[in-house]
Design a protein around this ligand. Structure first.
Ligand SMILES: NC(=O)c1ccc[n+]([C@@H]2O[C@H](COP(=O)([O-])OP(=O)(O)OC[C@H]3O[C@@H](n4cnc5c(N)ncnc54)[C@H](O)[C@@H]3O)[C@@H](O)[C@H]2O)c1
Length: 351
């Protein structure tokens, strides 16, 4: 730490920063948010007033000229790469909202720069800090799951379509539910599986309902003219260790659940479902099943992810979410779009 306080700059002061990240920074007595940048000057100024933040900018390039320890990037997806590169180039550690980028090319660009500069770069995949995901990860690490040969991954919503341009305008978001929520369940499943390398993907990404009035959005109306991303996507993935995965993601669709954010892993020793923690196995030719339980505590995954980022910076630990893992997540999502565009299976050649 360069100063007595850990000096943080925030780029993007919208929903996720105000609703989630801010609580993480408030939980660290040594951290101080010293500057915010947002193209929406009023939004940035009102946050600065509320939290007594001395410096406010509308251009993040001004913010990274300050002497900061770390930058927290919470802009729409399309701004992540330039904002992260600017902060890394200025010598700051970075935590950035998901998806870190919407192309593997950009993930690699940021990751290699962070490595070269020996800076922490972390993708904010907060689902890894949910009590259920942590419990399943520990259960798997104890050998209860064994090698996973198949995974079912779902991020399916009935009508929660985010209406802001940052989500529905492809120029800003880089994709629809695949990039917005598919990324959560996919990252969490791959994390428990130990991040095998994806090698082949087929997929579909379509607009089924978003250009119609058939399904009313829970978050209100959206601009049909601006809407330029899929509202449903599905993929089938092969990994280098022979494992396979299905991934389904949607913002709109006919299902009873408001949201099904889940995965089911089939391992050689046992099977498990997230987030329920239901598991199944066989012991001495006897069927065994039950529910994992975890210590009851306040489930505050966004706060835990900020604490983990801070810990990795100040205690010089490896980043909790390395770009070498994130690139596998983004490679799968990118390949689903490519498969839709070409009508073919996509071969991946990750190093
Ligand atoms: N982890 C989660 O659970 C979760 C939930 C929601 C959103 N997100 C992610 O967080 C990011 C932001 O989403 P949100 O819901 O907060 O959106 P939002 O629209 O509420 O906020 C984004 C903010 O970024 C600002 N902005 C846009 N361009 C900018 C630029 N060039 N420089 C500085 N500021 C800029 C906007 O004015 C806005 O205030 C997205 O990447 C999204 O995928 C994550």
């Amino acid at each position: 730490m360069k100063h007595s306080k850990f000096r943080v700059g925030v780029i993007g002061t919208g929903g996720i920063f105000r609703g989630a990240h801010v609580h993480g920074w408030k939980a660290i007595p040594d951290a101080q948010i010293v500057a915010v940048a947002d193209i929406n000057a009023d939004r940035a100024a009102s946050l600065a007033k509320e939290m007594d933040i001395p410096q406010v900018f509308t251009d993040y390039r001004e913010l990274v000229k300050l002497d900061l320890d770390a930058v927290d990037v919470c802009t729409p997806n399309g701004v992540h790469t330039p904002a992260v590169l600017a902060a890394l180039n200025a010598g700051m550690h970075v935590v950035c909202e998901k998806p870190l980028a919407t192309t593997t090319k950009d993930v690699r660009l940021m990751g290699e720069l962070a490595d070269k500069k020996k800076l922490v770069l972390m993708t904010a995949q907060h689902q890894r800090w949910t009590a259920s995901a942590l419990a399943i990860k520990r259960w798997a690490e104890a050998g209860n799951l064994g090698d996973v040969y198949h995974a079912r991954v779902r991020a399916m919503r009935r009508a929660w379509l985010p209406i802001a341009p940052g989500f529905i305008d492809k120029k800003l978001s880089g994709g629809g539910p695949c990039m917005d929520i598919g990324v959560h369940a996919l990252d969490a499943a791959l994390w428990v599986m130990g991040f095998p390398k994806p090698v082949r993907v087929t997929g579909t990404a379509k607009v089924n309902f978003a250009q119609t009035d058939k399904i009313p959005g829970m978050w209100g109306e959206w601009d049909r003219k601006m809407y330029s991303v899929e509202d449903f996507a599905a993929g089938f993935v092969h990994f280098d260790n022979g494992a396979t995965m299905t991934l389904e993601s949607a913002w709109l669709g006919h299902q009873t659940e408001n949201e099904d954010m889940s995965f089911q892993l089939f391992g050689m020793n046992g099977g498990v479902k997230w987030p329920s923690g239901e598991f199944a196995t066989v012991a001495n030719r006897t069927f065994v099943q039950g529910n994992l339980t975890w210590p009851t505590r306040i489930d505050r995954p966004h706060t835990e992810e900020i604490l983990a980022f801070y810990d990795s910076v100040v205690n010089r630990k490896p980043t909790p979410v390395p770009w070498t893992e994130t690139i596998k997540v983004i490679a799968i999502l990118e390949a689903i779009y490519k498969s839709q565009a070409t009508g073919r299976e996509v071969a991946l050649k990750l190093a």
